[in-house]
Every structure is written in C-alpha cells, then in structure tokens.
Ligand binder design. Structure first.
Ligand code: G3I
Ligand code: 9MR
Ligand code: ZN
Length: 566
C-alpha cells in the first residue's frame, strides 16, 4: 500500500513538473533505426538523473539509463539533457519517461521507421501537380482538386504576346506559382536522391497515376515538373523565369484560381534570365543521364535542351530578374548567376565528359572554394555546393583538390552538430525563412561526405538533423504534416487551408523557426523569444509555416539516405 502511495506521489510530481514551461522529452516522433544512435532531448524542471524507456501500450520498462550532462542551448534558451538509449535494439513502439519532464511522444525502433515518412514526403509532390485532376485516393479521402491553371499567356515582360502553354509542373509552395529557379534546386535535389539512393528510393510505389509502369515512381513524379520546365525554354535556348498569376490568389483550391497564368520574363531583351537558364541546364543534364534507361528519347531531348541552354548562358552570362511592374508573386531574384553556371557545367560534364564543360569548371571553381564550408549548405540562391559535390562524386579532373575540402568541412559540421543542445546543425544565423530546409540541406551535405568517405559521424550527424525535423526540437513538434504524434497542423498552404479536410495535406515540411518577424502573424510572438522558438503553427505565418518544393526535396534526400543505410 505504502509503495503505491509513493509511486502515485512521484507520478503526480512528474506530471506537475512536466507542466513547467519548456519541460518535456523530445524524440524523433517517427522513430529510430534499430542499429543507429538513439537519443532523446530532455528539458526538465526536476533534478532527476534517470530516464526510462517503456513499451507503448503496456508501459513495461524496456530500458533505464542516466541522463547525460546538461547542455545549455543558446539558440533555444533551453537546458537540454540528452537521454541516450542507443543500446535498446528490440524493435517495437516505445516512449521515454523522465521525472520532472513527463513522457515523450510514442515512437518506433525498427529496421524501417522512415519508409512511411519518405512515402508521404515524396508523394506530396503529386499533391502539388498543376494542370491535372489530383486525388490522394482512399488513403486520404477528400484530398483532391480539379485540373488548374490551364489558361496560359505571355506576359509583356516575356517579349511575347498572346496565348502561352500552361502545362504540368508543380505548384511552388503554399502558392500556385511555378518558378524555374526554385524548380532547379528542388528538382535537382530529387534527381540526386534517385542517383545516390535509387536502390531504395527507386523501389517505393508512390501510388501516383503512373505507378506500375516501367519507370521508378520517383522519376515519374519528377518528370511532371521536367515537362513543364521544358515549356519554359525558348528556341534560342534561353529560359523564362517563372509562370505565375500577376498576384497571389486568395486561399482557394487550385482550380478556383481562375486568373491567367503568365509566362514572366526579364522585361527587356533577351527577356529570359541567366539563373533560370543555367538551373535548367543543370537539371536537364542530370535528367539526361537518369532517364536514359527508361526513356532514351526523352533523355536525348533533355541533353539537347541542356546544351542549348548552356550556349545561351555563354552569350548571356548575367541577365538578372526582378518582378516587372504589376507582378507581385515570388521573385527568386538571384543577383549572381555564376554559381548556377558552375552547376550547369558540372552536371553537363558528368553526363557528357565533354572538354568544354571541363574547361569551364576547372577555370571557375576556385572562386567558390569558400562555399565548401561547414556553414554554407546549398539554397536556391547558392547552388555552388551542388556543383562542387557533384564534381567530387564523379571524380572529375582536379577532384583531388576539392574532395579533401568537402571532408574537412563535414568533419567540422559533424563535430558542431554533436555539440549542439538539440544536436541540429543549425547555427544562430541559420534561423531564417525556410530554416528547416537549411537543416535538411546540412543533412544532405553530411550524407554526400559519407558517400565520398564513409564515416559513422557523418551519417549520425545527418540523421540528427532528421531527428530535429521530426520532433527532437525546442517545440516538441514534428515539422512534417501528418507525421508523428504531435505534427504541425496549419501550414501556409492553399489546398490545406481551402479544403474541408481537418488535417493538412500530408508529408509537407513546414518552413520552421525564423529569427526575423517577416509576416504580420509573427508580431504576436513574445519579444526576446530565442530564434529556435520563433515559429507559429498558424496558416497566416508564411515566413515560418509555409511549405515549398525546395524544402521537401532535401528532406526526401535525407529520408532516402536514412532508408538506404549508405
Ligand atoms: O540569406 C540571408 C542571410 O544572409 C541573412 O542573415 C538573413 C537575415 O534574415 O536573410 C537571409 O535571406 C533570406 C532569404 O530568404 C534566404 O534565402 C531573406 O531574409 C528572406 O526574405 C528570403 O525569403 C524568401 C521568401 O520567399 C521571401 O522572398 C525565401 O528564401 C523563399 O523560399 C520564399 O519563397 C517563396 C516564393 O517567393 C513564393 N512561393 C512560396 C515560397 C516559400 O515561402
Ligand atoms: O501566399 C503567399 C506566399 O506563398 C508567399 O511566400 C508570401 C510572401 O511572398 O506571400 C503570401 O501571400 C500573402 C501576401 O504576401 C500578402 N497578402 C496575404 C497573402 C496570403 O497570405
Ligand atoms: Zn495549377
């Protein structure tokens, strides 16, 4: 009787303490691989030093351990105590319990905890398709819309007039625009996912309309955006910058946005933009080598288009884009296209081994040496890391100078990640608009290094960024919709806001904490909040809670790497 009184007293104490602000046990809400490191992040009001891992359902103790020494995490303001239960390898569903911090979300330990997350994150692109009826089917009844944006026209800034094609492509994000620059890094990263992890990612059935044909579903899905990108190239090889309505529409379903979708250019001759054209060249060069076994005719078409785009950039190396008068949709206005050109040269060489691309790359890569760093992951305005990593992966001439730089940067990055309170690679400066993609791109950088020179520290640090995105963070939140016991639920995503479904469209990565108050909704966040907590799971907060194709792409890469084990 007395024992029971003591236990119930302890339980109520731990429950009360768990009410302390910030107290709680953070875990990857999807789970952990059987043989990989497994660490929870504990913020506790109590002084307890022990933690217990219990079987979900029965509550039976499966593991007991001591909390590691506390780490003061400056970017969240939390004092974090790691709970390392890596020795627990018995597959099952569990939760972690700590006196003074309460219980974690339930999670899985097993050989394939990320398969479902990969499926949802990659299939989310099907849910972004433009120009066709979309229906997520019986798994997600009611998640559907009709074909949209089929009314295309040339905007005066394009140098053309009259009707224009409006065919296929992915809606960029929470809006319905289609943007070549953002398509570049997004589509390129997804193609790299197949190229590096096709052993796993290439075998996943995505339940899309093309499922069951002879092409891997991931390549079928990417082809939807490649086909649109093709329509954005002019006969002279140049590529127009974007295809969007003149302004963002309201929160309506895609087919209810009846405004014309304009092909928008640079506003004066040559009307196309260099960054869009170079990104296009890089992506089509990758496509040319990956689709060859499945659709040789398309592969040839992609290579021809890539080379034509390259030649255009040689004639037009710096045609920049800004929104023309009367257009207020996303700009993706990059002021320097030399990194896009380096990426194009690298991918064209990787596909053709032609000397002109080799000469360009060797004559221009040194300028980007500072971008081989532990704090410069790829992003839509800076794609030089993809060029340099790709050159090293293909063992290009002179790669012996680049490879060590990549590995030294990865060593520094892995060490910094291990020291971080939440074991995420983000630095204070990285809590920007789309910071979750910065974390995912750091993870991609670590997996590329691991491919060049396998090291457990690289892979562990890469997975640490996945643990952060899926729940081991200051907000105890899974940032991927419909993944985990406590996922984000109100993304700035028009289909999720306009439909009647209570939950958002699945598999979408939210932008994440942003140190700058860049949307009106962020005004309600308390002053002095640390950057890692500057986030609102509210539809109005597009600067922290939108979703985007270039944010989901490195997440897909990270998940494929986690599934693949390589
Ligand atoms: O890189 C600088 C950094 O050096 C500086 O310290 C930091 C200070 O906050 O700013 C960083 O720049 C940020 C940039 O994103 C980083 O890529 C800018 O503040 C920020 O305004 C900019 O936001 C972009 C946003 O559009 C507004 O322009 C996002 O990158 C971009 O992903 C987002 O893209 C939108 C499309 O336009 C429309 N579709 C939705 C999509 C996602 O929100
Ligand atoms: O929905 C738009 C989102 O895709 C953009 O990233 C964001 C910043 O450009 O703008 C959003 O649109 C808002 C507009 O900027 C201001 N009026 C409200 C719009 C919907 O939130
Ligand atoms: Zn559309």
């Amino acid at each position: 009787m007395r024992i029971r009184i003591v236990f119930s007293l302890l339980a109520s104490l731990s429950a009360a303490a768990a009410e302390e602000p910030g107290a709680g046990v953070r875990v990857n809400q999807a789970g952990y691989l059987t043989d990989a490191p497994k660490v929870a992040a504990v913020v506790s009001a109590g002084e307890g030093r022990e933690f217990t891992v219990r079987q979900a359902g029965t509550g039976k103790e499966a593991f007991r351990g001591k909390l590691s020494p506390a780490v003061q995490d400056a970017d969240s303001g939390d004092t974090v105590r790691p709970a390392d239960f890596s020795a627990l390898r018995k597959p099952g569903r569990y939760f972690v319990e700590v006196a003074g911090a309460g219980k974690s979300s339930e999670f899985e330990i097993g050989p394939r905890p990320y398969d479902r997350v990969f499926y949802l994150a990659m299939r989310s692109y099907y849910g972004q398709r433009c120009g066709t009826d979309v229906d997520l089917g019986p798994e997600f009844p009611g998640y559907r819309y009709e074909a949209c944006h089929r009314e295309g026209a040339w905007h005066p800034s394009s140098g053309r007039e009259g009707k224009a094609p409006s065919v296929k492509g992915w809606h960029d994000a929470g809006d319905y625009g289609r943007y070549v620059v953002n398509s570049g890094i997004a589509t390129g990263t997804l193609l790299w996912t197949y190229e590096l992890y096709g052993d796993k990612a290439g075998k996943v059935r995505l339940n899309i309309p093309e499922s069951g044909d002879k092409t891997p579903d991931i390549l079928d899905e990417i082809r939807w955006n490649l086909d649109w990108m093709m329509t954005m190239q002019d006969a002279d090889g140049g590529v127009w910058h974007k295809q969007t309505t003149e302004r963002f529409c309201g929160f309506v379903m895609p087919h209810e946005d009846t405004m014309t979708s304009y092909v928008i250019g640079a506003g004066a001759a040559p009307y196309k933009s260099t960054c869009a054209t170079a990104d296009f060249a890089a992506v089509m060069a990758i496509a040319a080598r990956l689709y060859r076994p499945f659709d040789p005719q398309f592969a040839r078409k992609a290579l021809e288009a890539a080379e034509r785009a390259w030649r255009w950039t040689e004639q037009n190396p710096a045609v920049l884009f800004s929104n023309p008068k009367g257009v207020s949709t996303g700009a993706y206005g990059d002021r320097d296209c030399s990194d896009e050109r380096l990426w194009a040269a690298a991918e064209l060489w990787r596909t053709t081994r032609a000397r002109n691309y080799e000469s360009y790359f060797l004559g221009n890569w040194e300028k980007f040496r500072p971008q081989i760093a532990d704090d410069r992951p790829p992003a839509w305005p800076q794609v030089a890391p993809l060029a340099l990593w790709g050159w090293a992966l293909s063992g290009g001439p002179g790669a012996e100078k680049i490879r060590p730089l990549i590995l030294e940067a990865a060593d520094r990055l892995a060490a910094r990640t291990a020291r971080n309170g939440y074991r995420v690679s983000l630095m204070r400066k990285d809590y920007i608009w789309g910071s979750n993609a910065v974390a995912a791109n750091y993870g991609m950088q670590l997996l590329v290094a691991h491919r060049l020179h396998p090291k457990p520290e690289y892979r562990a640090a890469a997975l640490d960024n996945l643990h952060y995105l899926l729940g081991r963070n200051a907000l105890l939140l899974s940032f991927v919709s419909q993944v985990g016991a406590n996922p984000c639920r109100h993304p700035h995503h028009r289909p999720s806001g306009a439909d009647k479904n209570p939950e958002p469209w699945p598999g979408l990565l939210a932008g994440g904490p942003n140190a700058r108050r860049q949307d009106p909704a962020m005004k309600k966040l308390p002053e002095g909040l640390p950057p890692a907590k500057m986030y609102l799971d509210e539809q109005e907060s597009y600067a922290t809670n939108e979703v985007a194709i270039n944010w989901n792409a490195p997440l897909v890469f990270l998940l494929a790497g986690a599934m693949s084990g390589r």
